[in-house]
Design a protein around this ligand. Structure first.
Ligand code: NAD
Length: 530
């Protein structure tokens, strides 16, 4: 599509004021509760539809299918998707390259308009998108709403950030010259998101890439393909020209084909450490015909700790640990999987945690139960295996098994293992499920040492009333996102730019002022004045 045609399909739209986080829905209000129930019913009637690959704006079907199942009722098919092979990765790359010829020269303002329109469409259908997340990955209503709100935030935030980059200037104008600094796009990127924030992370990485003028081959997780297909529809409705985002559903095989492709210019990945490191290695290998060094943006796992100091507000600490450990069943990279508690309050803390965890309800997220199923059978077995390991490494004081149910849903009890050694496997390896290890330490100094003693460095929290301890933690607690006297989950776009240290990733700081730079290269243009 020519640049002149593009200006007729994307209607200009300017940001309305400064960036503000999308407010969360209050489901206690009966109007919102009804709207959500209505959306669940409408989306319920749409389950099981078949969706196509989208390459260069064309719809494609393939031989092999991916069935997205409701983890609360695995017999219920949420969507049937086309599994892409290496040949589709090739076609998608060709389509992305073709679209890049014009998209890179489309004005920042028009590219920004695409994001703002998409945000408006999603806001209008917020309850519907929440319902898709409930069915596809088992989020409760508030968790689904947080994912949708973050999606809108990313679109609105990156739109404004793009306009800021568009008007960037070099720090100095050299005498006798006109100096400019232009942030130009990189090319075609592979965007590979995880399943756990299947809307926000998938849409956020995609939006950041395209608003800078890149084109994308999007390969969503096989556990959450439907929400990505729905996002593609939104982008098209918002006026996205063909080939700017190409949708290739599939697993590791098509992921590898995209990472290896000589024309892939960058890879934006969020997911596990193992896959991230594999991508890092493969992307570093120069392929025949490749004329650039591939850029990787890798956001990986965590083994996040909350330190509870002896002088902490116990009520707040218990609530914060429980919300961080068991919100969305611990399936967040930022989830607290280690509570590190000072000796004087250790026993009292255990007692309070045990009582609080006993109140947690587990059940079908369609009914808005706090804890739903984990995402699939493999995840459930992996988590139960970690719990078995934990039984040999500590004392299970809550949970410890699967929750049996008539629907065959993949429910695991919220599980707390006390008296865990800092070096135990369950204190070192990411479990990505509702399993909390509690570690006893003699004092604050030891707490910080234990907190830092993993290969990860994503999020962390400290509960203490002592300002000096907080100041000390801000210097030595080695994480990308550090929180004081609050939970370790729930990063807000703009306020908490998100990304981790060490094996938690390349610290890309999604939702922050530096993020778009990762999707551009800066060109300095100097003109001698006459
Ligand atoms: P995953 O690594 O299994 O999969 C992530 C994506 O990579 C999926 O789209 C998957 O299909 C694809 N993939 C798998 N193998 C591949 C390969 N060999 N080559 C290319 N692509 C491949 O992760 P997941 O289970 O979807 O997500 C959970 C993980 O993501 C956890 O480790 C969690 O901590 C992490 N996570 C990190 C952040 C963050 O911001 N740091 C945010 C969310 C999730």
């Amino acid at each position: 599509m020519a640049a002149t045609e593009i200006s007729t399909v994307i209607l200009p739209l300017a940001p309305s004021g400064d960036f503000r986080n999308e407010p969360f829905v209050d489901f206690k209000l009966s109007a919102n509760e009804h709207a959500m129930k209505d959306a669940l019913e409408r989306v319920g009637a749409m389950l099981g539809h078949e969706y196509d690959l989208v390459i260069g704006g064309e719809r494609l079907r393939t031989k092999n299918k991916i069935r997205s199942l409701n983890p609360a009722k695995p017999a219920q098919v949420v969507g049937i998707h086309q599994e892409a092979g290496a040949e589709h990765a090739e076609q998608a790359m060709v389509a992305g390259l073709k679209a890049f010829e014009t998209w890179q020269f489309v004005s920042w303002e028009l590219r920004t308009s695409l994001l703002l329109r998409a945000a408006a469409l999603i806001r209008d259908r917020k309850f519907e998108f929440c319902a898709w997340l409930v069915y596809e990955v088992g989020k409760n209503w508030s968790e689904a709403d947080a994912d949708v709100a973050e999606t809108i935030d990313f679109l609105e935030f990156y739109a404004r950030e793009a306009l800021r980059l568009a008007h960037a200037e070099p720090p100095i104008q050299y005498p006798g010259e006109r100096n400019r600094l232009l942030y130009v796009p990189l090319g075609v990127g592979a965007v590979i998101p995880p399943w756990n924030f299947p809307f926000a992370i998938m849409a956020g990485m995609t939006a950041a890439a395209i608003v800078c003028g890149n084109t994308v081959v999007l390969k969503p997780s096989t556990d959450a393909p439907t929400i990505a297909s729905r996002f593609l529809d939104v982008l098209e409705e918002a006026g996205m020209p063909p080939g700017v985002v190409n949708l290739c559903q599939g697993g590791p095989a098509v992921g590898r084909a995209l990472v290896d492709h000589p024309k892939t210019r960058f890879i934006a990945f969020t997911g596990s450490k193992a896959v991230g490191l594999e991508i890092h290695e493969r992307a570093a290998k120069t392929q025949k015909g490749q004329i650039w060094i591939k850029r990787t943006v890798l956001e990986l796992g965590g083994k996040d700790a909350i330190i509870v100091s002896a002088d902490a507000d116990m009520d707040a600490a218990v609530e914060g640990v429980v919300a961080s450990a068991f919100g969305f069943n611990g399936q967040k990279c930022s989830a607290c999987s280690r509570a590190i508690v000072e000796d004087p309050i250790y026993e009292a803390f255990l007692e309070r945690i045990r009582e609080r965890v006993a109140q947690i309800k587990v059940g079908d997220p369609v009914e808005n139960v706090y804890m739903g199923p984990v995402v699939n059978e493999t995840a459930m077995k992996r988590i139960l295996n970690s719990i078995e390991i934990g039984k040999g490494e500590g004392r299970v004081i809550a949970g410890g098994k699967r929750v049996e149910n008539a629907d065959g849903g993949y429910y695991v009890e919220p599980t707390v293992v006390a008296d865990v050694a800092p070096t135990a496997r369950i204190a070192q390896e990411e479990i990505f499920g509702p399993v909390l290890s509690v570690i006893r330490v003699k004092d604050y100094q030891e707490a910080l040492e234990v907190a830092n003693d993993t290969e990860y460095g994503l999020t962390g929290s400290v509960y203490t009333a002592d300002r000096r301890k907080l100041d000390h933690a801000s210097r030595v607690f080695q994480v990308g996102n550090l929180y004081f006297n609050r939970k370790s989950t729930g990063a807000m776009v703009g306020a908490h730019p998100f990304g981790g240290f060490n094996m938690s990733g390349t610290d890309s700081k999604a939702g922050g002022p530096d993020y778009l730079l990762l999707f551009t290269q800066a060109k300095s243009v100097a003109e001698k004045l006459r």
